[in-house]
Design a protein around this ligand. Structure first.
Ligand SMILES: [Zn+2]
Length: 148
């Protein structure tokens, strides 16, 4: 049967990678540097806008606003409207962060699932090949008929 080359890379635990190699570099999709590049790009996309610093800014504004209200330098009515606006902004940033985290965890999950499936398929094929080899060997072993 057509033996697809196994990936030449080593897994993180030190065992050789069991995924079939793809392309000309003898590596599976998971170890292909081209894919690693794609993954890195995908991961860094989430870090472009910094929700942490946005939240920090909003927090600072809220603290200042609170101080101003207490010191009497800001009208209470205006401060309350401003606080509401900041509150909405904070919730928007939080929702954005949650969505991004969800998306990223989904990407990782999918990658893991694909890797698992590829590995399982490889194992199934190996078992099938072993069964076929056994089935082919049995008749030539002399058959059980003579054993009686
Ligand atoms: Zn690999």
């Amino acid at each position: 049967m057509g033996v697809l080359g196994k990936c030449g890379a080593t897994k993180r635990d030190g065992t050789p990678c069991s995924l079939p190699a793809q392309g000309s570099n003898g590596l599976c999709w998971a170890h292909d540097p081209a894919n690693a590049d794609v993954r890195r790009k995908g991961a860094s996309k989430g870090g472009r806008s910094k929700p942490g610093s946005e939240l920090a800014q909003l927090k600072k504004k809220l603290i200042t606003l609170g101080d101003d209200v207490l010191s009497g330098s800001v009208d209470k009515g205006k401060a309350s409207v401003a606080a509401q606006c900041y509150g909405v902004a904070i919730r928007a940033v939080e929702a954005e962060t949650k969505n991004r985290e969800l998306e990223e965890s989904r990407i990782v999950e999918t990658q893991l699932r694909v890797q698992e499936q590829t590995e399982l398929i490889g194992r199934l094929e190996a078992i099938e090949a072993a069964q076929e080899a056994q089935a082919a060997e049995k008749p030539s072993m002399g058959g059980g008929r003579w054993g009686e």
